[in-house]
Design a protein around this ligand. Structure first.
Ligand SMILES: Nc1ncnc2c1ncn2[C@@H]1O[C@H](COP(=O)(O)OP(=O)(O)OP(=O)(O)O)[C@@H](O)[C@H]1O
Ligand SMILES: [Mg+2]
Length: 353
């Protein structure tokens, strides 16, 4: 570019409970955090992954970008949940032209929606003389249009729509630079969706999104103890003032019910993965956990115990330069789990610049 700096592209994560934005600068191996924002969404604006209140979400995007000084006009965003289908399929060996021509036909049987309802993307993951391994990703067009509309209403331009679980993987790859044989499970627990991605080196072996997350803990406290949403959220987070007059012995079993459910879903995913993959010698070394839901007190320890595997918090800024004078290290480490997907999206933005 002749005049001025090339405009950066921000990562914008529109979750079901909050909007996160991250702007990075520099090259892939020397990145600096320049802006970061986090703003809660009004309750019920995003339900089941669907934005119900476009204007409210657009307004929150504007607020989060203004408050954090994100000026980038272009953003990368992500989708997750049941509108997104990801499958690893193995096809006979074929040329790229043959694959391009036949991909719809091959993908059709793996996608539970009519092909006219989805946008389909694919990526060759492995190839030899006998077979072509392909990862297919499909997302319902109405879901894509929904998120695009909200972002455009806010005045930003969505240039790439990624999948949250791959943004998370990108965040992991850049920050951890894994050996090709290292197998870990990336686990992002949001408010309503939990993303599991089993990765070997830089390759995703298996992904699954489940409709379970931090809001289950809030719901159960609301329903069983008659709390309001705000009260249940505060009690769940252990906010001291909220704990006055609260019978902790009534809370504990409710919370551990949900924790158990979360652990069971992850266990089922591991079992399913083992049953459907022919790489049964692959052992998952650890779980790298992220998402606000992973901050639930005792959850990490409980998962490690139940699944018999170490659980570590994923650090999305591990390889990113962060000026402690600009970003308070205590605040950053507190919101680190929530920022993982947004950092992954921002990394895609650096590539797309
Ligand atoms: N300290 C805490 N203790 C327990 N739960 C917490 C804490 N902080 C945040 N949470 C929970 O984390 C969840 C929000 O996490 P996150 O921001 O990752 O979700 P999201 O991206 O908005 O949602 P999703 O990805 O499911 O659409 C909420 O359920 C919130 O109550
Ligand atoms: Mg999220």
């Amino acid at each position: 570019m002749l005049f001025g700096k090339k405009k950066s592209v921000a990562g914008l994560d529109v979750g079901s409970s909050s909007v996160k934005v991250v702007e990075l600068d520099g090259k892939m191996n020397n990145l600096t955090l320049i802006n970061l924002g986090f703003e809660n969404l009004p309750d019920e604006t995003v339900v089941d992954g669907q934005i119900m209140e476009l204007n409210a979400v657009a307004e929150t995007i504007q607020i989060v970008c203004n408050d954090s000084s994100v000026k980038a006009p272009k953003v990368v965003t992500g989708v997750s949940g049941h509108s997104v289908i990801i499958k690893n399929i193995v096809l006979p060996a074929m040329s790229r032209e043959e694959l391009e021509e036949s991909i719809d036909w091959h993908a059709e049987e793996h996608i539970p929606y009519d092909l006219s309802e989805v946008s389909l993307d694919y990526h060759v993951t492995d190839e030899d003389v006998d077979a072509t391994s392909v990862m297919i990703a499909a997302c319902k067009k109405e879901r894509l249009n929904n998120i695009k509309q909200a972002i455009q209403l806010s005045g930003k331009q969505p240039i790439v729509i990624d999948v949250d679980t791959f943004a998370l993987q990108n965040c992991y790859e850049v920050n951890y630079q894994p050996d090709p044989d290292t197998v870990v499970t990336l686990l992002n627990i949001g408010a309503s969706t939990m993303n599991v991605n089993i990765v070997k080196g830089n390759q995703s072996l298996f992904t699954r999104d489940m409709t379970i997350g931090g809001s289950q803990f809030t719901d159960i406290l609301q329903k069983n103890l008659g709390f309001s949403y705000q009260q249940a959220e505060a009690v769940k987070r252990g906010v001291p003032e909220a704990m006055d007059n609260v019978d902790e012995t009534a809370i504990e079993p409710l919370i551990s019910n949900v924790t158990e459910m979360v652990a069971m879903e992850i266990q089922k995913t591991f079992d399913f993965y083992r049953a459907t993959s022919d790489n049964d010698d692959i052992k998952v070394e650890k779980i790298l956990i992220s998402g606000g839901g992973s901050k639930m007190a005792g959850l990490r320890e409980e998962l490690a115990k139940k699944l018999e595997i170490p659980v570590e918090v994923l650090d999305p800024f591990r390889q990113i330069n962060v000026d402690p004078k600009k970003f308070d290290p205590d605040y950053l480490s507190e919101i680190m789990p929530e920022m993982a997907v947004a950092v992954g999206l921002a990394l895609r933005g650096v590539e797309a610049k």
